[in-house]
Design a protein around this ligand. Structure first.
Ligand code: ATP
Ligand code: MG
Length: 212
């Protein structure tokens, strides 16, 4: 797995990062009156950014696929996601995850994906000043929240997959996804996943909260 992660890191990820830098340099040099060319260039830059994000995500998945410690892995997945979006947003980012040590790996990877998409959305669409990611364990559930104080939204852009995928992922884990938003009111994405019966005892494995 690590060999594949290195291959992607040194191959496509590096090439895409270089392509992105060249596209941004070109954008700075293009005369403002060339509006059509600028528009195409911006679209190409956006696609290249998306491709780079997904190769980085694949590297993260390959890195963590052999990890035994599922809970450490949720914190580190989310930390990786924060690191990914940091260059693309001016918002202050915060992460608060209690490093529980006994979550089933399906919950860890599923919640990590939901958190990542909510975070990417907040960074891409919200124009927020703050984006906060928080994980809490309640008596019977594990709850992930991604909250921003940005523009909020009504409905969703046709063609976007992120919101639908988050719903699918949470449903697959038997949980509920709630999105509280409104124009100008920021957005709160809250995924609540029920814990298996044997893990229901509250606080038993809680340790110091990790922040980033
Ligand atoms: N945190 C947010 N703040 C403001 N608008 C948001 C936020 N999250 C989602 N949206 C709006 O909802 C739309 C749909 O989001 P969704 O994640 O489904 O698609 P996308 O991000 O546009 O594309 P994709 O996720 O497929 O790359 C976004 O285009 C955006 O208009
Ligand atoms: Mg999205």
């Amino acid at each position: 797995m690590l060999r594949v992660a290195f291959e992607i890191h040194n191959g496509p990820a590096q090439c895409l990062a270089t392509a992105l830098a060249l596209l941004r340099a070109l954008d700075r040099r293009l005369p403002p009156e060339m509006t059509d060319a600028r528009e195409s260039l911006r679209a190409t830059t956006g696609s290249t950014e998306t491709a780079l994000e997904s190769t980085r995500r694949a590297i993260g998945m390959l890195r963590s696929s052999g990890a035994d410690d599922a809970q450490a892995s949720l914190a580190s997945h989310l930390r990786d996601a924060l690191d990914e979006v940091r260059p693309h947003t001016r918002a202050a980012l915060s992460l608060d995850v209690p490093p529980l040590d006994d979550l089933p790996s399906a919950i860890v990877t599923g919640l990590a994906e939901v958190g990542r998409e909510a975070l990417v959305n907040a960074a891409r669409h919200a124009a927020a000043r703050h984006i906060a990611v928080r994980v809490q364990r309640t008596r019977h559930a594990i709850v992930l929240e991604v909250k921003d104080d940005g523009d909020g939204f009504e409905g969703g852009r046709p063609g976007g997959f992120g919101l639908a995928l988050m719903h699918d992922q949470v449903r697959l884990l038997g949980g509920t996804l709630h999105i509280r938003k409104g124009p100008g009111e920021g957005t709160l994405v809250r995924a609540s996943i029920p814990l298996p019966e044997r893990l229901g005892a509250p606080g038993r494995r809680m340790r110091r909260a990790a922040s980033a």
